[in-house]
Design a protein around this ligand. Sequence first.
Ligand code: COA
Length: 444
Amino acid sequence: MGDRGGTGGSRRRRTGSRPSSQGGGGPAAAEEVRDVGPPGDAPAPAPAPDKDENGGSDVGSGPWDLRCHRLQDSLFSSDSGFSNYRGILNWCVVMLILSNARLFLENLIKYGILVDPIQVVSLFLKDPYSWPALCLVIVANVFAAAAFQVEKRLAVGALTEQAGLLLHAANLATILCFPAAVALLLESITPVGSVLALMAYTILFLKLVSYRDVNLWCRERRAKARAKAASAGKKANGGAAPRTVSYPDNLTYRDLYYFLFAPTLCYELNFPRSPRIRKRFLLRRLLEMLFLTQLQVGLIQQWMVPTIQNSMKPFKDMDYSRIIERLLKLAVPNHLIWLIFFYWFFHSCMNAVAELMQFGDREFYRDWWNSESVTYFWQNWNIPVHKWCLRHFYKPMLRRGSSKWLARTGVFFASAFFHETHAAPVTPASPIPGPLGACGHGGG
Ligand SMILES: CC(C)(COP(=O)(O)OP(=O)(O)OC[C@H]1O[C@@H](n2cnc3c(N)ncnc32)[C@H](O)[C@@H]1OP(=O)(O)O)[C@@H](O)C(=O)NCCC(=O)NCCS
């Protein structure tokens, strides 16, 4: 009675409070100080615990503790209401670190150090005096200038809309075909150089589609505003808000090149701008870019390349069980490198460019790691592409009366096309587009 500091009392308080204090309370916690009554098959309702003069419970006090059981479920039973498995998660992390440390050591013992930064240069250049991929990217300026000149003429009415559409279509088609033809025909270009050049051209293609669409929408709006003003007997003045650019004042090379270098695929006349360049933020992103580039190159050379080389024989022999084993082995570094790549590209690189250009919209990704469906993942991991698909492909198709299914299928095939084009230079042996590059893309 009243022996709150007694051995039995302190033990009871510790064990009883654990589930509730860790968020795993529920029925078990509610039964905390109940006791099982007389022995029998079914547990009888527990009598209220005796109270001491201070209102405390006297159960478990002293060495003559008669009651040590109570009505409660095991923690793993769903009825227990217990849900705190954080310790198990910690244990999984420890296991992950241990198994990867073992893998790391095994890899070093088996292959030695394979990391070679000089070898990386050979991926980009065959001959140190010939830089075909870079030349190809520089030539891309011609196509940007062509799109700009067409827009300039459309703005002053020197070209009809049909003629403008035709010229834009020819320019965009050339943007798609020209780098692919060069990559195919030029011997001195490396596969990695080709992929990078093709990516640059694809980005240019998507940006110029957006540039053309937005300028067209502005012209349509201007025509509507003029018609309204004419019917109201007033002179249309463009209605520009102070310090914002209105059409056609946006048609300058400065504006076009700001858009071409900005980390977005969707054009806007007035991009949201951040007030200043934060030097510390920029430095952190640049250091991340430097470190993560090294890490990715190191992991690919040390971990992925030997595994891929060891996979060649099972693939040649069509030994299915060994092929599956090799693919599963590759899945681990693949996942890790993809995650590092994601952070490196979508957080470090894009934020560094945005900070330098004072580009305000930093939503380059959303919380794809909480995805509960493939659709959610595809909508949220690459926001620049998702925004472009939605604004320049999906919604225009819906507005023209297509069904959602058709619009989504269209996005899927467009996305698959671009993925296949990029993968082609590094898989020259396959004349037919493989299903792997396309699978899942644009799934929506
Ligand atoms: C195809 C895709 C664009 C569909 O997106 P979604 O969000 O599932 O499409 P929804 O049907 O929910 O509609 C989205 C928008 O269209 C609008 N919309 C729906 N029906 C419409 C209609 N009839 N007319 C006009 N707009 C319409 C919705 O209001 C919504 O607008 P909001 O975004 O402003 O809210 C998307 O899955 C996608 O981006 N896929 C590409 C993924 C990809 O390739 N990623 C990159 C890989 S590297």
